[in-house]
Design a protein around this ligand. Structure first.
Ligand code: HEM
Length: 415
């Protein structure tokens, strides 16, 4: 049976629509173009008192990392240099102000690797890092990405048309990450749906973790089940089940909720510029710079936050200890001090590091997996679907969303 016929299309659409209930909480109702406002704010000063969505003029619901915390002062940074300063100093700009303890605290991404600091973060990240280095990209491609991509294309190749956002972009990352956790295709969407109910995820993972403790397989959950952590006393211990679940909830969330939107952004940017798409089709070496440029031009997660641990004067603004600093990385990625004509989507510009995957010690662990998913996915579309183009009679794709940005729909024709 093909993957598309297993994945319930309506369910995928419901779970992967920025305007649906899941996305709406993160500002999915925002339909404007925030970049002109962010340019104006940056010109007025690199750092402002206030929260990004309010400063942008959006009044709908918009939760994300570092929000809402109404009891704390909030600041937002819009320049590359200000975001860079914060990323480089994890002691003053911490990912959490609460102690992080997966063994005792609640099971959530805000009590995981993502929020740890200092030595605790270094030791935990070191456990999983080897599975995410560039050299491991082929492991991900061979074990999960390639087959998923081909099965998905099989599902619509004969139809001459498809809606790539749901039928393709949404399915690849969720099937890749759940596959690496030994979760069946049938349960992949259950995992996605249960991300806000972590106890249900534990129920799905418990038998898999137990089996991999006994007998490891060639997958990521076995890496976690077998990983050993060296304590301060020099003794090595295995990760507890609670620590494994904490990692799992983070990886399943980060791995399934981001790349689909980013792949949709790359595809939309290319489909809306047929001459650039033709150039990429002809010379696949251009796909890499096209993906990197889309990450700069429109990162799917435009904002990440840090907690200020001591009084600090920061790029001309005084921030008291206890403040929240929102790093508007999407604005930083279009800082004219770093990129010429920053609003242009230009795949020929020199490659310069961006903040699409964050920065500093918490820089995205899965960035090479995400890049591999986008590269393999788009390459195979171009290989297998001749004359791939936007459907002129379909809804024109639009970019929407405040803290999670992506395309509405990507209706295409081919053949
Ligand atoms: C295009 C897709 C993706 C984007 C734009 C993205 C973006 C980011 C960003 C900005 C951060 C830093 C958060 C912070 O500074 O607080 C981050 C962290 C992280 N990402 Fe991704 N991500 C993507 C895909 C993935 C994938 C596919 C995985 C897993 C397979 C993943 C796993 C993680 C993990 C585990 C962290 C936490 C790292 C740490 O705290 O040390 N991400 N991601």
């Amino acid at each position: 049976m093909s993957t598309t016929s297993i994945l319930d299309r309506d369910r995928v659409r419901e779970l992967f629509d920025l305007r649906g209930s899941y996305g709406a909480a993160h500002g999915g109702g925002y339909e404007g173009d925030p970049y002109p406002v962010w340019h104006r704010l940056r010109e007025q000063g690199p750092v402002h008192a206030g929260v990004v969505h309010e400063l942008t003029g959006y009044e709908g619901p918009a939760l994300f990392q570092g929000l809402p915390h109404p009891d704390r002062p909030h600041f937002s940074a819009f320049s590359y240099a200000a975001c860079d300063t914060a990323y480089r100093n994890g002691e003053v700009f911490a990912s959490s102000i609460e102690p992080v303890d997966p063994n005792n605290g609640e099971l959530s991404v805000s009590n995981s690797l993502l929020t740890m600091g200092g030595l605790q973060h270094r030791r935990s990240r070191a456990l999983v890092q080897p599975s995410f280095i560039p050299g491991k990209a082929q492991w991900w491609i061979r074990n999960w990405i390639e087959e998923t991509v081909d099965q998905l294309i099989d599902g619509f190749a004969d139809a001459g048309r498809a809606e790539l956002n749901v039928d393709f972009c949404a399915a690849i990352p969720v099937l890749t990450i759940t596959g690496s956790f030994g979760v069946s295709v049938e349960q992949a969407l259950e995992i996605r749906a249960a991300l806000s109910r972590p106890d249900d995820i534990v129920e799905i993972l418990r038998p898999i973790v137990a089996a991999r403790r006994e007998k490891p397989e060639d997958d990521l959950i076995s890496v976690l089940a077998q990983a050993e952590l060296k304590g301060e006393d020099g003794k090595t211990t295995r990760l507890t089940d609670a620590e494994i679940y904490s990692f799992s909830v983070l990886l399943l969330t980060a791995g399934s909720g981001t790349t689909w939107k980013q792949m949709g952004i790359v595809l939309t940017a290319l489909l809306q510029r047929p001459e650039v798409l033709d150039a990429v089709r002809e010379d696949r070496e251009l796909l890499r710079p096209a993906i990197e440029e889309a990450l700069r031009w429109m990162p799917t997660d435009p904002m990440f936050s840090r907690y200020v641990t001591q009084d600090v004067d920061f790029h001309g603004v005084h921030m008291p200890a206890g403040s929240v600093l929102h790093l508007c990385v999407a604005a930083a990625n279009r800082d004219p001090d770093r990129w010429r004509d920053p609003d242009e989507f230009d795949i020929t510009r020199p490659l310069t590091p961006t903040f699409a995957f964050g920065g500093g010690v918490h820089v995205c662990l899965g960035m090479h997996v995400a890049r591999a998913e986008m590269r393999v996915g788009i390459n195979r579309l171009l290989d297998r679907l001749p004359n791939l183009r936007l459907d002129p009679e379909g809804e024109t794709p639009r970019f929407i969303g405040m803290y999670e940005r992506g395309a509405t729909e990507i209706p295409v024709l081919f053949g």
